[in-house]
Each structure stands twice: as structure tokens, then as C-alpha cells.
Design a protein. Structure first.
Ligand code: SAM
Length: 282
């Protein structure tokens, strides 16, 4: 029988990948890392049994997490990524010429080293870019302790279990608010509401209890199955949500994307009723 790897993230329903080749398996000290090759998705990275990134669909999530806040902000000079070990998000952020510094705080050095070796097809430009630096450490401790301030903070974390759990708490979101400049924007991974109802309500509820402006927006990613996944937008101001399509088109001119468009940027904030209802309850 053909070997498969099965994601163990959800109770009662699972996603299995036929394995063409096992490329790597390791216990990193923080989490269990597996890399396999699948015919449809290319290289598939799992941490603690949850799919993190695949070479075929990484652009969908990374483009929507990066370009929506960065295009809306207009002058995102200082950007922080928390998590984001595979560096696919960093690649999208660095496409923005107005970004002067990008700091990434990732808890697990081996994910970054590993992704550098195995996902060069999308993250190679990141490591040669002088604007980019990585700090190894817990993102919640960084947010609590740093004196730096950022225009945009992107929380590209694992799901709310294990080392990623602290990145969904009220205390952490309070520290995110502290390290944003006025008018700054934070975007967080906010789960797949259909399959992770409790995680969505708890995570979005914590965000909305801290920030005066909090809105979920949607992106469909094949390997985060179960309908739309949501990203949580948070800010002290409505202003960046009101940027019109013409301005977004001017800012996006000349940038190569495969998922993001200015029209989709605006449409992503239009929620299916079941997600709007959950957000209301949060
Ligand atoms: N970019 C990916 C995608 O396409 O969805 C997924 C997420 S990325 C691999 C998630 C990263 O968050 C992992 O590398 C993990 O080590 C990191 N992480 C988890 N908890 C963390 C914490 N408390 N501080 C910093 N990084 C953390």
C-alpha cells in the first residue's frame, strides 16, 4: 500500500497526503518537523502533525497576510513578523520597496535553517536582502520587552497549541498594540472558523477586546481545508480600511502576485454570514 502522511490537527476529519518521498523527519526540541514530497502540492512541511506550508499553495496565505496590510498602510517602513519560520511571508513583505527594515522573531531556529535549505524556490531572495534580520526567540517575550515600534506586525504562527498558544492571548495582543506606531496595523493567523470555531471565537475575541478596530478577513487555502481561513486585522484606526481601490491599484502597480489583487483586497473583508455571526459573538 502507498505510504501516506495524515494531518492530525482536527478531531473527526483528516487530510492525508500520498508520500512520494520522505525528505526529512526530526524532533527539533520545540516541535516535530516532517517534510514530504506530494505529487500535487510539491514539498509539504508539517510541524507537530499540522500542515504549515506547501510549495504549491504557500503564495495564497502569504500574499494575503502581507499585501493587505502593507498596501493599505501606504508607508510601512518598519515591519515585524512573529513566527513565519519558512520565510515565505518575508519574501512577500520584501517585495514592498517602502519597507526599510523587516525583523522576524521565530522561536525555532531549525525551521528557518531547514526552510532555507528546502524552500529556496520561494524564500531564496530573503536571505540576500540587507533589510531582513532574524532573531531566534519567543515572539510573545519579544513583544513584551522590545523598545522598538513598528508600522505593521504580522503574526504568522502555528495553531493555538504548543509554542504558538501564547500568540493567541489577550496579553500578547496588548503587547502588539504597545509596539505599533500610531495608525499601525497588526494581522494575525486566525484559524479556519468552520473547523476551529472555538479557536476563532477565542482568538478574534481576544484581539477585539484589545484593539478599537478589529476585523476578520478571508483567504481560501487548499491545504488549510474546511472553507475560508481568516486573518485578524487590528489597528487603533479605521483609516487604512478606507483606502479606495484606485489608491490600492497605484500602490500595487508593477508588483507580481498570484492571489492578491486590489479588488480582492477589498472583497476579503466581506464575510460569509456564518463567519460574521461567529465574529459578532467573539
Ligand atoms: N508560513 C506558514 C504558512 O504558510 O502558513 C505557516 C506558519 S510558520 C511555519 C509558523 C511558525 O511559528 C513556526 O516556524 C513556529 O516555530 C513559529 N512559532 C510558534 N510559536 C512561536 C512563538 N511563541 N514565537 C515565535 N515563533 C513561534
Amino acid at each position: 500500500m502507498k505510504k501516506t502522511v495524515t494531518e492530525t490537527l482536527h478531531d473527526g476529519v483528516q487530510l492525508s497526503f500520498a508520500v512520494e518521498e520522505v525528505l526529512h523527519e526530526e524532533a527539533t526540541g520545540h516541535q516535530r518537523l516532517q517534510l514530504i514530497r506530494n505529487r500535487r502540492f510539491g514539498k509539504v512541511l508539517l510541524l507537530d502533525g499540522a500542515v504549515q506550508v506547501t510549495s504549491a499553495d504557500e503564495f495564497m496565505y502569504h500574499e494575503m497576510m502581507a499585501h493587505v496590510p502593507l498596501m493599505a498602510h501606504g508607508d510601512p517602513a518598519d515591519v515585524l513578523i512573529i513566527g513565519g519560520g519558512d520565510c515565505g511571508l518575508a519574501e512577500e513583505v520584501l517585495k514592498h520597496r517602502r519597507v526599510k527594515s523587516l525583523t522576524q522573531v521565530e522561536i525555532d531556529a531549525s525551521v528557518v535553517d531547514f526552510a532555507r535549505q528546502h524552500f529556496g524556490e520561494f524564500n531564496a531572495p530573503v536571505f540576500d536582502d540587507p533589510r531582513f534580520s532574524v532573531e531566534i526567540g519567543d515572539g510573545s517575550a519579544f513583544a513584551r520587552e522590545t523598545d522598538r515600534r513598528f508600522d505593521v506586525v504580522l503574526v504568522d504562527s502555528t495553531d493555538p497549541a504548543g509554542p504558538g498558544a501564547v500568540l493567541f492571548t489577550r496579553e500578547f495582543y496588548g503587547n502588539l498594540k504597545r509596539i505599533l506606531k500610531p495608525g499601525g496595523i497588526a494581522v494575525t493567523q486566525n484559524s479556519v472558523p468552520f473547523l476551529q470555531k472555538n479557536e476563532f471565537v477565542a482568538g478574534f475575541g481576544a484581539l477585539a477586546s484589545v484593539f478599537p478596530v478589529a476585523r476578520p478577513y478571508v483567504v481560501a487555502v487548499p491545504t488549510y481545508f474546511g472553507g475560508f481561513m481568516t486573518l485578524g486585522w487590528a489597528s487603533d484606526s479605521e483609516q487604512a480600511l478606507q483606502v479606495d481601490q484606485k489608491t490600492l491599484e497605484e500602490r500595487a502597480a508593477g508588483m507580481e502576485t498570484r492571489y492578491y489583487t486590489p479588488a480582492l483586497h477589498q472583497a476579503a473583508f466581506v464575510l460569509p454570514r456564518y463567519i460574521a455571526d461567529l465574529a459578532e459573538k467573539a
